[in-house]
Design a protein around this ligand. Sequence first.
Ligand SMILES: [Zn+2]
Length: 207
Amino acid sequence: MRRRRRTPEAERHTAIHEAAHVVVSIRKKRRFISVTLEPTEEDQGCVLYRKLPMHRVGQDVERGLAAERAIEDSVVSSLAGGIAERRAARSDGVRLGRGTATADEAKAKEMLSWLSDDDRQIDAHYRLCRVRAEELVSVNWPAILALADALLSERTMGYRRAREFVSSLPLPRPGDLGEEPTGVCVAASGGGPDDMTQVERHDTGHL
Ligand SMILES: [Zn+2]
């Protein structure tokens, strides 16, 4: 077992990383199973999601669009973890290793490649999702910090508990970004179908 020793500060950054996945997922109405800070052999913490129903893509236009939106939402919530972790580390004056969130980023690119074979299109789509994730992390920053603190004491939260906690916090207000709200992604999209059974992990790589 290669479990790294964690300082309280590193653990807080992990909590912020996982909290960002969770808050953005909840804002996007994307269900997950649970979030935990309990380290495993591979992860310092993780959010368990049901796997996206990829077999549905392309079956018909409506399902294709719903699947595309579900993929975008997953990519945005994936990218939010590393963005939030880096933001927290920066404000604490800590340099994170290059490996931070690489698994999340690779997963995000893989998911976008399900929608297109064209590398330039995938890249553009990735950058768009990244901008959305950055906006969502900024606008939800107080909620992310509050959830991270709760996670540090509760360690593990099921979807309902996390949603209840996040719902009890004030919603971001226009102007929280310090500029005109874009409204691009605060609006939620529908959740995925219910027959998703496999589990997808979002890990944290804190060095
Ligand atoms: Zn992650």
